[in-house]
Design a protein around this ligand. Structure first.
Ligand code: DHB
Ligand code: FE
Length: 287
């Protein structure tokens, strides 16, 4: 059977992708950001998953105001890297796992979560920046990502957005789905986006270190309680784009403790301000 070995949480700031792609990682501004992922790049070499179930949000790239799925699962064989205005990032295309994705869709939809099934979708910085942070820079001409990826897009861009409670419960249904797949795959679930940031309006540039660090504590220690937080609290405390953090609760819900048993092991924890307009947060939890 497939098993979930770990969950990974990280911000997905597009400027981090640009810094990597343009060879700026050692510049004084960026060096402390990338230093926080040195452990992770080593860790994933010895904990290489077969498949990453990657929870992220599309930033009006594949979807637009014409169509807004709340939860969308990628069931395709592959996904092109999106052109977000400066040409596609120079990273490998993303290879999916259609059989596992279809199995998850079957199980999770029958568990009453109404997913949208997506067979064609370009993936933006929300998905590719976390891959780059964990696997480093890869040459798309000669290299491939070291694992298959199932993209799972959550609408946190256009209101109404799903609640943290719904996301946490979805993570629990996801765990059941993955553990009932009849192949010995090592699967990691990644929750991306956040932490505090607001990109527009009078509060643009908002960062809330104290709230972010409390969020990390609560995510580790008591995610079931954290899941009760209403969406307006994210927006008030962590900025309009801080709402991306509800996606972390999907990954946390997929961990073995289901929020009540023995806590997962914290393999790595990192927090840094700033990266562009955002507070960068990063966690690795092992089952
Ligand atoms: C920034 C952060 C994001 O999460 C995003 O999607 C776009 C921009 C930023 O900090 O610049
Ligand atoms: Fe974002």
């Amino acid at each position: 059977m497939a098993r979930i070995s770990a969950s990974v949480y990280t911000s997905h700031v597009p400027a981090i992708g640009a810094a990597l792609d343009l060879g700026k990682t050692q510049e004084p501004y960026w060096q402390p950001v990338f230093a926080g992922y040195e452990f992770s790049k080593q860790w994933i070499k010895s904990n290489r998953p077969d498949v990453v179930f990657l929870v992220y949000n599309d930033h009006a790239t594949a979807f637009s105001l014409e169509m807004i799925p709340t939860f969308a699962i990628g069931t395709a064989a592959e996904y092109a890297v999106a052109d977000e205005g400066w040409g596609p990032r120079p990273v490998p295309k993303v290879v999916g796992h259609p059989a596992l994705a279809a199995h998850i869709a079957q199980s999770v939809i029958q568990d009453d979560f109404d997913l949208t099934i997506v067979n064609k979708m370009d993936v933006d910085h929300g998905l590719t920046v976390p891959l780059s942070l964990m696997f480093g820079a890869l040459d798309p001409k000669t290299q491939a990502w070291p694992c298959q990826v199932i993209p799972f897009a959550v609408n946190v861009v256009q209101y109404p957005v799903p609640s943290g409670r719904r996301c946490f419960a979805l993570g629990q249904a996801l765990r059941k789905a993955i553990e009932s797949f009849d192949e010995p795959l090592d699967v990691q679930v990644w929750g991306t986006g956040g932490m505090s940031h607001q990109l527009q309006g009078p509060r643009a540039g908002l960062i809330n270190r104290e709230w972010d660090n409390r969020f990390l504590d609560r995510l580790i220690e008591d995610p079931a309680e954290l899941a009760q937080l209403p969406h307006i609290d994210y927006v008030r405390e962590a900025g309009s784009e801080g709402i991306e953090l509800v996606m972390w609760l999907i990954a946390r819900g997929a961990m073995a403790d289901r929020g009540v048993g023995t806590k997962p092991k914290v393999a790595h924890r990192f927090y840094h301000v700033p990266a562009s307009n955002t507070a960068v947060g990063h966690l690795i939890l092992e089952n």
